[in-house]
Design a protein around this ligand. Structure first.
Ligand code: FMN
Length: 348
């Protein structure tokens, strides 16, 4: 599937959106566009390609996010991404970490729209898949709407037609990457205005979006919505995405309730983990992604604890997950030591 003109995407997140998480996310939504973690051009060109770029055949649509600012290296890396069957290439112009800044890529490139445009142009010349840009509203004191508009105008003039805008600026000096994801205020109105003023561009909105209902509201004023942390720390939010956002119900075995539907997904993921384990992947490198599958249901805390405490020494992912499922599928009989769970059931 090459169509990334899509309404919902799951954000690129370093250390989180690896191929294993993407396998899980794809069990929750067939339609949402998934992103890789950011890979630097150095890693793509010189690293272990199977490890960095390999993915499950059923993952697509997946976008490869690149970090870099040398147009030649970006173009070569984009070609590698196309050869590895990614559906689009995205350039990171939003990451504020020091490591990234010293390499002259990420959010600091908001100050160099000409260079970003050159990278886009070079990548577009080397691949036939879409090339997109993920950016912030601005950086430091350069955070006016006009500055954002100028950035988009310049990059679009070099051929970029699709921007994903994290709707807050980044403070490059003084805030950590984590703080930069929560302290600068969200200004969705800047993104809506971009869409109004550049109607022919595709403008996706990102930042602080937590539910499918919020997603639908943003889709009234933007072309697409990107969800990051909520899709990782509460992946069940994706469970009804296909039906609500795409009007394409996900055909999956029907169970009487969400808890059992999620159990089917957990069991599928357990089989996946076991296969991967047999080819050398540690179970706890994969089980960490499924720990948050249950939120707010009786037994969820014990589910999480069982996986977290036992995954590092586990050799059988299927048994590990079955044991953890006992806590959510029959919490009353599984709660140990008379320690009642007080969490309320409210999985969407
Ligand atoms: C742990 C973590 C790692 C991230 N890594 C990246 C990254 O590699 N590239 C990127 O463009 N954004 C990265 N982000 C930012 C997200 O893509 C997203 O823009 C941000 O979290 C705001 O969306 P949210 O509020 O829905 O989480 C990261 C965010 C988190 C929490």
């Amino acid at each position: 599937m090459r169509d990334t003109a899509n309404r919902l995407s799951i954000a690129p997140m370093m250390e989180l959106t690896d191929r294993h998480y993407r396998y899980l996310a794809r069990r929750l939504s067939r339609c949402a566009v998934l992103y890789t973690e950011m890979l630097t051009t150095g890693a793509v060109l010189n690293g272990d390609k199977e490890y960095l770029l390999g993915k499950d055949a059923g993952d697509n649509p997946v976008v490869l996010q690149l970090g870099g600012s040398d147009p030649v290296a970006m173009a070569e890396s984009a070609s590698v991404g196309e050869a590895w069957n990614y559906d689009a290439i995205n350039m990171n112009v939003g990451c504020p970490s020091d490591r990234v800044k010293s390499g002259r890529f990420g959010a600091c490139l908001m100050a160099e729209p000409e260079l970003v445009g050159e990278c886009v142009q070079a990548m577009q010349a080397s691949v036939s898949i879409p090339v997109t840009v993920k950016c912030r509203l601005g950086i430091d004191r350069d955070d006016s709407y006009d500055a954002l508009k100028g950035f988009v105008d310049t990059v679009a003039s070099k051929g970029c037609t699709h921007f994903i805008v994290h709707a807050r600026k980044a403070w490059l000096d003084g805030l950590s990457p984590r703080e930069n994801r929560s302290i600068p205020p969200l200004r969705y109105e800047y993104v809506y205005r971009l869409k109004q003023e550049f109607p022919s561009l595709r403008i996706d909105i990102n930042g602080g979006i937590k539910t499918l209902d919020e997603t639908l509201e943003h889709l009234e004023k933007a072309d697409g919505v990107m969800i990051g942390r909520e899709a990782y720390y509460n992946p069940a939010v994706l469970l009804h995405a296909d039906e609500k956002i795409y009007n394409t119900p996900f055909e999956r075995p029907s169970h009487q309730d969400t808890v059992n539907t999620l159990a089917g997904i957990a069991r599928d993921y357990a089989r996946y983990m076991q296969n991967q384990y047999e080819s050398g992947v540690r179970i706890n490198a994969m089980s960490r992604h499924v720990v948050a599958l249950y939120q707010g249901v009786p037994g969820a805390r014990l589910w999480r604890r069982h996986l977290s405490e036992n995954a590092s020494k586990a050799t059988d992912a299927i048994t590990l997950v079955e044991q953890a499922l006992n806590f959510v599928l029959s919490p009353a009989s599984s709660t140990p030591l008379g320690c009642p769970e007080t969490e309320q059931r409210h999985v969407p």
